[in-house]
Design a protein around this ligand. Structure first.
Ligand code: FAD
Length: 512
């Protein structure tokens, strides 16, 4: 049975692998000339610039996602780095009791607890409570039943979910705590200020950081040496070894529908490729409102489309620098305050700057050199996307001027940066949109709402349309690689179930 898959990102490649393992004939159609989608790296003059991977959930067996990655990738072939400090945050108005202005978010919970008690001894009660809540998270299987597809579970198996009731109650109890509500419980001015800046000045559920920290402590969220391409290159290899086919530079324009059955895809060249089933692992908005012309929608889908239910995640303006130096005396990930507000051409105002120094990954640069990236998140990606489409010259000018400003500010903070720059690579929100087709240049699908444990309103099947499935990072708010692989596996299981084929996993061959 032939299955057409749109998109060779992590979700499309994963869906292809699982379906090939189960005897389907699949073909992936990718508009770009290479695989990976957002999770990609590119080479320029000896440097490798990285897009979509700072940490991989499931880098060790301490997290259930490890099992999923191991089904498709030889995880032993990848070396993961677990940073001692997740992030350093330099505050503006206060200092710790030792006169230090930089707050260290340690990844080892014992060390983090000691550090917090050292800098804020008067806040022992909330600090210990915070650490206890992360230790408690470690006692649960998160996410629970990773291999199960909830809609396929018979009632008697659903009953077994009762054992996860304590997890639900626990998450429900902590879901209302934000960095701001927690900071209000803290007396120490330095710790209070650092907590307020945890999400770059925004108020977000504290769980967004405490959950990864709980996994960090168990080495479950490592950075894979080799970056994105190490992960996606392995996925592509597995897919091809399983007999899958990929057509690059094959842009899908429409999903062909007859009698409410998806019967094939139409490429922008006019070529029609029939199939029994069609999967879109591409952008949600493109799939529903362009490829399917908005014909298979309901109230929830329209609310999502109008961004009433969820907002689209941020896009990024990223300046990556290849530099002749290793900058080892600086933290690998630093956020620091600017002396003056920086206003982006898209109107977003920034009071801080984030710098990643990737000197821990020797594969990204020649010896003695490194890649440094400076990034700004924006929810006004449409500004860049429209400008690029309507006025190339202004787009190029504004892109260059803004990145030069960013480089100047980074240079002022790091010292001696500018004279060491050998390569500059600029990715604007229009770049992410152009290369991956993600709506508004989103880098992780939807932004999670206030209730991050709520069930996702996005479905992998559409009302009234048969033989069609949707997968990828738009299926669960917050997106990321774990959502991409999990949603792809679920869709493959659903297809097996609907075609009465017992779902199976074949062993992957070791990487050489
Ligand atoms: C800077 C950055 C940092 C990140 N850091 C992390 C991190 O540390 N950890 C983490 O888990 N996640 C991270 N992410 C997010 C993660 O990279 C994405 O969520 C994930 O890669 C999405 O995978 P996907 O397959 O669902 O979608 P995509 O990667 O968007 O893949 C979709 C594919 O479909 C193709 N396509 C689209 N339209 C068409 C069409 N019409 N015809 C044919 N093909 C089409 C696209 O070209 C693309 O290849 C980061 C992302 C960025 C950009």
């Amino acid at each position: 049975m032939k299955i057409n898959i749109i998109g060779a990102g992590v979700a499309g490649l994963s869906a292809g692998c699982y379906l090939q393992m189960n005897g389907f004939e699949t073909e992936i159609f990718e508009r770009h000339s290479t695989f990976g989608g957002l999770c990609t790296s590119w080479h320029r003059n000896g440097y490798t610039f990285e897009s979509g991977l700072q940490w991989l959930l499931g880098s060790t067996a301490s997290n259930p996602f490890y099992e999923l990655w191991s089904e498709l990738i030889d995880m032993n072939s990848i070396r993961f780095i677990n940073h001692e400090v997740r992030m350093d945050i330099e505050v503006k108005n206060t200092a710790d009791i030792f006169g230090e202005k930089v707050f260290h978010l340690y990844t080892n919970l014992d060390r983090l607890e000691r550090y917090l008690l050292d800098i804020a001894p008067g806040d022992a009660v909330p600090v210990r409570k915070l650490i206890r809540s992360m230790r408690k998270m470690q006692t649960f299987e998160i996410p629970p039943k990773i291999k199960a597809v909830p809609q396929l579970l018979p009632w008697y198996q659903k009953i077994s979910y009762i054992k996860y009731l304590p997890l639900l109650l626990f998450l429900n109890k902590i879901k209302g705590e934000t960095n701001v509500t927690f900071a209000k419980k803290i007396k120490n001015p330095f710790l209070k200020e650092a907590l307020m800046l945890l999400f770059d000045g925004e108020e977000l559920p504290l769980m967004i950081i405490t959950l990864p920290l709980a996994f960090n402590d168990m080495n479950g969220t490592g950075y894979p040496v080799g970056g994105s391409i190490g992960i996606t290159g392995n996925l592509e290899r597995t897919y091809l070894e399983l007999g899958g086919k990929i057509r690059y530079q094959a842009e899908v324009e429409k999903i062909v529908v007859q009698d409410n059955h998806a019967t094939g895809i139409l490429l922008n060249t006019g070529e029609l490729i029939p199939s029994a089933i069609c999967i879109s692992a591409a952008d949600w908005n493109f799939t529903l409102f362009k490829a399917l012309e908005g014909k298979y929608v309901n109230k929830t889908i329209m609310e999502l489309h109008n961004q009433e239910k969820l907002k689209v995640y941020y896009s990024v303006f990223m300046v990556s620098l290849g530099v002749a130096g290793t900058f080892e005396h600086h933290p690998h990930f630093l956020r620091f305050p600017l002396s003056q507000k920086l206003v982006s051409p898209d109107g977003t105002q920034y009071e801080r700057m984030e710098i990643h120094i990737n000197n821990y990954d020797p594969t990204l640069a020649p010896e003695g050199k490194t890649v440094i990236s400076i990034s700004y998140y924006t929810q006004n990606a449409d500004y860049w996307i429209n400008l690029r489409q309507t006025d190339q010259r202004s787009y190029q000018d504004e892109k260059q001027t803004f990145s030069q400003l960013m480089i100047d500010l980074a240079d002022a903070r790091l010292g001696g940066l500018k004279e060491k720059i050998e390569m500059v690579d600029i990715a604007t929100p229009a770049t992410y949109h152009r290369y991956t087709n993600n709506w508004k240049g989103s880098v992780q699908g939807w932004l999670p709402g206030k209730n991050i444990i709520a069930q996702s309103p996005v479905s992998s099947e559409l009302p009234g349309l048969k033989d069609f499935y949707f997968t990828g990072h738009w299926t669960i708010p917050g997106g990321g690689l774990p959502v991409a692989i999990k949603s792809a596996r679920d869709v493959a299981q659903l297809i097996c179930h609907n075609t009465r084929i017992p779902f199976k996993i074949l062993p992957v061959s070791p990487a050489f």
